[in-house]
Write a new protein. Structure first.
Length: 422
């Protein structure tokens, strides 16, 4: 009798679950049909407009040009990083990711509606002529950049080695445009440079996060370790970022115990992708200070955010750029491409970086004049003998802290570090 009752209850449970699943599926199908119906209505409106233009516009129009123009308009309503790329523009984008091209050597973004320099890359034409992080490019060859897309700007700025391009720049604190005529050159970036400072303090500068950055960083750390490095300054200033996977590998050099480094979340919350450190440490746990500024973006912010959230080191400098979204590039059938923002990334403590950036533990501002001077020598930092008149006060502050204070990772001791006399 008891067994028969159990069977009846089990059948009822199965029927209840089946009915619930059927109801959910039915609702899903209904929602999908409603969404499809709405899209169909909008597409009908779109095709009606195209037909009217084809039949009645004063001049004959190429249908492909109409479609391309419409697709550009569609992506422009999304965000500054999403873009439909015609075949020639898509080809330009692929050239940029190949690692060597001819241009000015700047990383740019659309920020608050303006074409903005994230950073000039060390040793490049833009760097040598004095372009600064935060500069707004208002004109290219006399034409306003209002409503320009990133890749359209890249196409205008890039060109054959030896050719010139003139840009009009609006700089913070200046009322008038500054015109720069820059000669294009082949852009090759050394992603990692390093030196040993006094007091057995290692100094490693990352210029970008490219395919070889993680392995080059490991070589630098091993070399400094052989020279008896006791603490480390990791300089991410003016580093515009790069590959997400490389940012994770860089974090693994300093963070272990399978701790969360970053997670990526798209529209579907169930598709969260998490990236973790390795179980074992790959390097000694040197006292660490990470230098950042307004030119530190994307992958640099991932590293700074992970170090900060796990209290692995101290972040010093100024507020970072705030580029925390992920773009997926999708090739299309006619040789064109779609660059689409598909996710945003978050620090281990669930902080969104996008349009916010990372706030340093210790804020050290520098003047506009000093910033301009430092940009001229930054690829040679720390400063060579005879350059004492140019003081990198952010680096000096980091060195003073590492020399005078043993950095612990508790919040109480971090607050004590903040109180070190400036």
């Amino acid at each position: 009798m008891f067994r028969k009752r159990k069977i009846i209850l089990l059948v009822i449970l199965i029927l209840t679950i089946s009915f619930s699943l059927f109801s959910i599926q039915k609702k899903y199908v209904a929602d999908l049909q409603a969404a499809s119906s709405k899209v169909y209505k909008e597409l009908k409106l779109f095709t009606d407009v195209l037909m009217l233009i084809q039949q009645h516009y004063v001049e004959e129009v190429d249908p492909q040009e109409l479609i391309y123009g419409a697709l550009k308009g569609v992506t422009k309503t999304l965000d500054p990083y999403s873009q439909f790329m015609e075949p020639d523009l898509y080809k330009e984008m692929k050239i940029e990711t190949s690692g060597e091209f001819s241009g000015l050597g700047i990383r740019i973004a659309i920020k608050k509606g303006y074409l903005t320099v994230i950073t000039p890359l060390p040793g490049t034409p833009a760097y040598k002529i004095g372009i600064l992080p935060g500069d707004r490019i208002i004109e290219i060859e006399g034409e306003e950049t209002k409503d320009i897309t990133l890749l359209e700007a890249v196409k205008k700025l890039r060109g054959r080695k030896g050719t010139n391009v003139t840009i009009g720049v609006l700089r913070e604190g200046e009322k008038d445009l500054i015109d720069y005529t820059i000669t294009r050159d082949i852009i090759k970036i050394i992603s990692v440079t390093y030196k040993m400072l006094e007091g057995n303090i290692g100094y490693v500068r990352l210029n970008e996060f490219s395919e070889k950055t993680a392995q080059d960083l490991e070589k630098a750390l091993k070399s400094l370790e052989k020279d008896n490095m006791q603490s480390l300054v990791l300089d991410l200033r003016n580093n515009p970022g790069g590959l997400l996977g490389i940012a994770v590998e860089v974090c693994k050099k300093f963070i272990a115990d399978r701790k969360l480094i970053v997670y990526v979340e798209g529209r579907d919350k169930r598709g969260v992708k998490k990236f973790f450190a390795d179980k074992l440490k790959s390097n000694p746990e040197w006292p660490l200070i990470v230098l950042v500024n307004e030119g530190s973006a994307s992958a640099s912010e991932i590293v700074a955010g992970a170090v900060q959230d796990h209290k692995r080191g101290v972040i010093l400098g100024t507020q970072t750029f705030g580029k925390g979204s992920v773009q997926t590039v999708i090739p299309l059938s006619d040789g064109s491409g779609l660059r689409l923002t598909t996710a945003k990334y978050f620090t281990p403590n669930d902080r969104s970086i996008h349009e916010k950036g990372i706030s340093p533990d210790i804020v050290v501002e520098i003047s506009k004049e000093l910033k301009e001077k430092l940009m001229k020598v930054l690829e040679d930092l720390p400063l060579k003998e005879g350059e004492e008149e140019i003081k990198d006060i952010q680096l000096e502050r980091a060195i003073d802290i590492l020399k005078s204070t043993k950095i612990f990772l508790s919040q109480e001791e971090l607050e004590a570090v903040k109180d070190v006399k400036k």
